[in-house]
Ligand binder design. Structure first.
Ligand code: UT7
Length: 332
């Protein structure tokens, strides 16, 4: 590894979404819901659903390859691979190890992080410390989610919300003013029961013959109203704090990329922070809530659309099961 800088910038971004589209009208045929209810309450019009043989790492690899191409580096140049996911195929090998193998990243260290929808922000916080510690010159952060596998397709209160996607970011060492300025992450398990799901192992005594079975706790369960309120409050709090700690105000921010859980949450956060609508990015209508992948997917599209330009200050802010929340502040 050559001399790393202590800062890091985003050198490349890539995305990969399944081709299958599930519209609100398709959902009308599956559960007692309507396009009108879903659009009014959430802003979502359609979401992507992975094919039956798709895997979390399989979805991630093309996104990572695009990010590497865009950064102009090879997989073997990576010093670190982190995958943010709540829908990993297995506990081990980790999704990051499978991605590294698929990319040809050699012996680069890889591990998954579990922070649900805040996974991208958590990952960026870890990566910032690796760069500060001089332990990485290039790092890959991939968020890959197949929530369609842990959604209860009979529960109209949750199945309309989620979608599948992968998005990846390559961070590279930088001594310029570009790149991550700060990250701030938080969690509080007291509110863990607000949003649960995806249990792979269950309680029970296998020696006594009480083998765990599929059932309790597997599917996503959410206390929607409580989650909504705490989502708005925690995202506003962390956004305000990270700006204050870095001597900035909302006036210094060119674009906010919030976690895409609900357009009403996004609007409430923007309003509470005093931001004009055009400074708060959303693509939730096309993808729904893809958990850890929403922020890098939105960042990718915001850059493609010219909504985020070189030198812009970008504030990314998320909230998710855990409960977890956090923000990353960067100069593009
Ligand atoms: O990724 C991070 C975590 N997730 C979130 O942050 C999500 C946070 N919560 C939310 O986004 C909203 O709470 C929801 C979109 C989940 C629900 O919206 P709401 O405005 O809070 O609705 P509600 O739960 O209060 O339900 C209102 C009504 C209920 O009927 P009754 O009891 O008033 O007769 C529900 O049964 O809407 C009903 N309902 C539906 N109706 C049609 C719930 N889901 C549906 C549906 N279609 N899909």
């Amino acid at each position: 590894m050559s001399e790393p800088g202590s800062g890091c910038k985003i050198a490349g971004v890539g995305v990969n979404v399944p081709s299958r589209v599930l519209t609100n009208f398709d959902l009308e045929k599956m559960v007692d819901t309507s396009d009108e209810w879903i659009v009014t309450r959430t802003g979502i019009r359609e979401r992507r659903i992975a094919d039956a043989d798709e895997t979390t790492h399989g979805l991630a690899i093309p996104a990572a390859q695009e990010a590497l191409r865009s950064a102009g580096i090879e997989a073997r140049d990576l010093d670190l691979i982190i995958c943010a996911t709540a829908t990993q195929q297995r506990y081990f090998p980790s999704t990051a190890c499978m991605i590294g193998h698929g990319l040809g990243a050699g012996d680069a260290p890889g591990f998954d992080i579990s922070a649900a929808c805040s996974g991208f922000i958590y990952g960026s916080s870890i990566i910032q410390q690796y760069f500060r510690g001089g332990m990485a010159k290039n790092a890959l952060l991939v968020a890959s989610e197949i929530y369609s596998r842990i959604v209860n397709w009979q529960d109209r209160a949750t199945c309309v919300l989620f979608g599948d996607a992968a998005a990846a970011v390559v961070f590279s060492a930088s001594d310029s003013s570009e790149g991550l300025i700060a990250t701030r992450i938080r969690s509080n398990g007291e509110y863990g029961s607000f949003l649960t799901g995806g249990a792979i192992t269950r309680s029970g005594d296998p020696v006594a013959g009480a083998l765990p079975t599929m059932g309790d706790g597997y599917f996503i369960e959410m206390k929607g109203n409580q989650t909504f309120k705490i989502a708005v409050k925690s995202m506003c709090d962390v956004a305000t704090r990270i700006l204050e700690e870095n001597g900035m105000t909302v006036a210094d921010v060119d674009m906010v990329i919030p976690h895409q859980a609900n357009i009403r949450i996004i609007s409430a956060v923007g309003k509470s922070l005093g931001l004009p609508e055009d400074k708060v990015y959303s693509n939730i209508h096309r993808y729904g809530n893809t958990s850890a992948a929403t922020i890098p997917l939105a960042l990718y599209e915001a850059v493609q659309e010219g909504r985020v330009k070189k030198g812009d200050v970008v504030l990314m802010v998320a909230f998710g099961g855990g409960l977890t929340w956090g923000a990353s502040l960067m100069r593009w």
